[in-house]
Design a protein. Structure first.
Lengths: 157, 291
């Protein structure tokens, strides 16, 4: 039981082939097998949103998926947002920094990965839409206000 | 939190999936969005030998009107329902429901079929489907059968599905003219399951009286509840406030909620009453009636 399965996924543009146990969570696959620890793990049961990554362009919780379910898929993690040598921050990352949208930063990777596709679909969002969009992400530090401000700043640079 | 070991299958056709389920019997489980199943596997409330992932089977994601029914493919994601022009324009009750299920991240993966097949009275779609008089289409080794939703929920986490069957489609009779529906949910915070929830679907007659009403309740007992007494009471009556209040009382009487962190049983029953009245008023408004 639980025999390993070969999978191939593209993560931040790089193709990886691995053999994994079916019960391996996508979050653990990213963090342990691929050493991409930018994707955080908090509650591990689908409530806090810190483990959010993009799978084929859509924001999903990587702690509520098995790595085998992502076979053949294209994944973007927070490490894939900045360009250059990681120096050229994504506009949303810059807006987070400028608006003080993080304090400890633990929730930030999940928020960024949730909000990148949101901004793509809602180029000019209002406050209620932004609050709805980040309703699956918990932040214990900021009180959310500056996160909302950052999203607006990123939308109207 | 790591589930116990299991074997994983990703069939690419319904017939392959059915064959796997038939072969492994009670030791196998369907995996759809995984938004309920993964948490259950992690806390080891569920344990399986074989997971049959239906996510790679084409043709199970759609929402379309055909032959007098709104047909929703079982693997349709909640997010797709929210984006569907057909749902947005003609079925606001389904939009009400999808929009209050969990949060946007869960809705990107969670499926409508999974929401029903899980048999969780706390899930939001069952009440709506009860109010709409839906049926589920189920495929097994011996072919296809349709089960009215009011006969589908058998107990806590238990449905009429056999272990070798797959729910493939939800069928909702296209409501006649002068119909409307609404779903209302009381939740402590976004993403929480309902403290109470009520779905109402009404059809008004030519004279303005209620011709037909459907009412479903969320998290009001061990199974999703169809408030049959309230539905019968409303048939043929004018939708005045007194009548709707009485329907609310009858619906609350059908509820048998258990006390938990979301509230005492009496409080939840009272909320079921209030939400039923409000959902009825919203449904009547959407049907083009008064109030
Ligand atoms: C944080 C969080 C909050 C949530 N809040 C809510 C909420 O407020 N309201 C709500 O309604 N839901 C809520 N959910 C549950 C979520 O909507 C579930 O995903 C949904 O109920 C199940 O759908 P799924 O596709 O993920 O099914 P899965 O988790 O894959 O499966 C659930 C069960 O149904 C069976 N199954 C699934 N599809 C089929 C099929 N086609 N045929 C036969 N059997 C099948 C599986 O074998 C399993 O037993 C929440 C989930 C999370 C993680
Ligand atoms: S770690 Fe995935 S949602 Fe909390
Ligand atoms: S910045 Fe600390 S949790 Fe959000």
């Amino acid at each position: 039981m639980g025999s390993e399965i070969p999978i191939a996924v593209t993560v931040n543009g790089v193709r990886h082939q691995r053999s994994v146990e079916p019960r391996l969570l996508l979050s653990d696959f990213l963090r342990h097998d691929l050493q991409l620890t930018g994707t955080h793990v908090g509650c591990e049961h689908g409530v806090c949103g810190v483990c959010t990554v993009l799978l084929d362009g859509e924001a999903v919780r990587s702690c509520l998926m098995f790595a085998v379910q992502a076979d053949g898929g294209e994944i973007l993690t927070v490490e894939g947002l900045a360009t250059g040598n990681g120096d050229d921050l994504h506009p949303l990352q810059r807006a987070f920094r400028d608006a003080h949208a993080l304090q400890c930063g633990f929730c930030t990777p999940g928020l960024l990965m949730t909000l990148v596709p949101f901004l793509r679909e809602h180029p000019n969002p209002g406050d209620p839409e932004i609050r709805e969009a980040l309703s699956g992400n918990l932040c214990r530090c900021t009180g959310y206000q500056n996160i909302v401000e950052a999203v607006k700043a990123a939308a109207r640079p | 939190m790591i589930p116990a070991a299991f074997d994983y299958h990703a069939p690419e056709s319904l017939s392959d999936a059915l064959a796997l389920l038939d072969q492994h019997g009670e030791d196998a489980k369907v995996l759809a969005g995984g938004m309920s199943l993964l948490p259950m596997l992690k806390i080891r409330l569920a344990q399986v030998g074989h997971l049959v992932d239906i996510g790679r089977i084409p043709g199970l994601e759609y929402a379309k009107e055909e032959g007098g029914f709104l047909k929703i493919g079982a693997a349709t994601k909640e997010a797709a329902l929210e984006r569907s022009d057909l749902i947005r324009s003609k079925y606001p009750i389904l939009l009400d429901t999808a929009a209050v299920i969990a949060d946007p991240l869960v809705r990107n993966r969670a499926t409508v079929g999974g929401n029903l097949a899980h048999g969780d009275p706390a899930n939001d779609h069952p009440a709506t489907m009860l109010a709409l008089g839906a049926s589920v289409v189920v495929r097994g080794p011996k072919g296809e059968r349709a089960i009215p939703v009011d006969q589908f929920f058998r107990g806590l986490f238990t449905t009429a599905l056999a272990s070798n069957e797959i729910l493939t489609e939800i069928r909702i009779p296209v409501p006649p003219a002068r119909s409307g529906g609404a779903y209302l949910k009381l939740e402590r915070k976004v993403g929480d399951f309902a403290t109470a929830g009520a779905a109402a679907q009404v059809t008004l007659g030519a004279g303005g009286a209620i011709e037909k009403a459907g009412i479903g309740l969320t998290n009001a007992g061990p199974t999703p509840i169809k408030a049959v007494e309230a539905e019968k009471f409303l048939a043929g009556k004018r939708p005045d406030d007194q009548t709707l209040q009485e329907a609310g009382r009858l619906a609350a009487r059908a509820a048998s909620p258990s006390p938990d962190r979301r509230g005492a049983a009496d409080y939840k029953r009272e909320m079921a009453r209030v939400l039923t009245v409000r959902a009825l008023k919203a449904a009547i408004r959407r049907a083009g009636g008064p109030s």
